[in-house]
Ligand binder design. Structure first.
Ligand SMILES: [Zn+2]
Ligand SMILES: [Zn+2]
Ligand SMILES: [Zn+2]
Ligand SMILES: [Zn+2]
Ligand SMILES: [Zn+2]
Length: 248
């Protein structure tokens, strides 16, 4: 087997590039910021990101357990990723319903809405049509049949409760702290959703299992992508704990 050797300089610049994409995402409009623009961007966005972060998860309102923690790559009902939705806010959200609209041009999604997966596919509606067959606009009526008034899945979550008892929860740090939920470390990355640490790897009900075995390779590609993200974030957490270099 051939060994791939990456010299330190290459791996460092690769690492810088990953760091850049995690912080900037699509905010550069597809054209890399100059170092000066990048510094300016970080000065403006990072402090607000760290103080106004919104945590996004999927669970049953009132229950402490979170069935799914939404990460940057987690798909919305509209089929776009969480990171493609508006996640940065200039002011602290104080109460009221918090909606994270999709920012992809032409998409009518007004609020990030996690759709439970059945295996690797989004669960179907009771009208038998897929999430894709339903409108991404509020209420999610079916585009294919006339009998469906809005997407409702008969799927049962790993927590034992039906899918429709669940909601996509958007919470502030204060709201989570008030009920004792983890808030993780403050991070400069965009669209972190509900990811708060390495334990975020597993879905809520797996985390609560009495003897969690080693983390096994997931079957589906989207999950894998999220796990890669998580491993990356965890590494960055550890490396950056005491060095807030991006503000200096
Ligand atoms: Zn969308
Ligand atoms: Zn969406
Ligand atoms: Zn339907
Ligand atoms: Zn239908
Ligand atoms: Zn559940």
């Amino acid at each position: 087997m051939e060994k791939i050797i990456v010299d330190k300089t290459t791996s460092e610049s690769l690492d810088d590039y990953w760091e850049y994409t995690r912080i900037v995402g699509d905010d550069d409009g597809g054209k890399l910021f100059t170092p000066a623009q990048y510094e300016q961007y970080k000065k403006r966005v990072v402090p607000q990101r760290m103080s106004n972060r919104l945590y996004v998860s999927f669970g049953v309102p009132g229950e402490a357990m979170e069935c799914k923690l939404v990460g940057p790559e987690t798909q919305c009902f509209c089929a776009h990723r969480f990171k493609q939705h508006k996640t940065d806010f200039e002011v602290d959200a104080c109460g009221g319903p918090l909606a994270l609209p999709c920012q992809v041009k032409g998409c009518r999604c007004t609020a990030y809405h996690y759709v439970a997966l059945n295996g690797s596919q989004p669960a179907r509606c009771r009208c038998k049509h897929t999430a894709r067959d339903h409108s991404e606009a509020g209420g999610h009526p079916c585009n294919v049949c006339t009998s469906c008034s809005g997407f409702k899945s008969p799927w049962t979550c790993g927590c034992g409760k039906p899918s429709h008892a669940h909601q996509t929860l958007v919470e502030t740090r204060q709201q989570r702290q008030a009920v004792g939920k983890p808030v993780g470390r403050e991070v400069p990355y965009r669209a972190m959703g509900g990811l708060t640490g390495f334990s975020s790897l597993a879905d809520g009900y797996l985390r609560l299992a009495p003897h969690p075995g080693p983390v096994t390779q997931p079957a589906s590609e989207p999950r894998r992508q999220e796990e890669d993200d998580m491993a990356y974030f965890e590494r960055r957490y550890q490396e950056r704990v005491s060095s807030l270099y991006y503000l200096s």
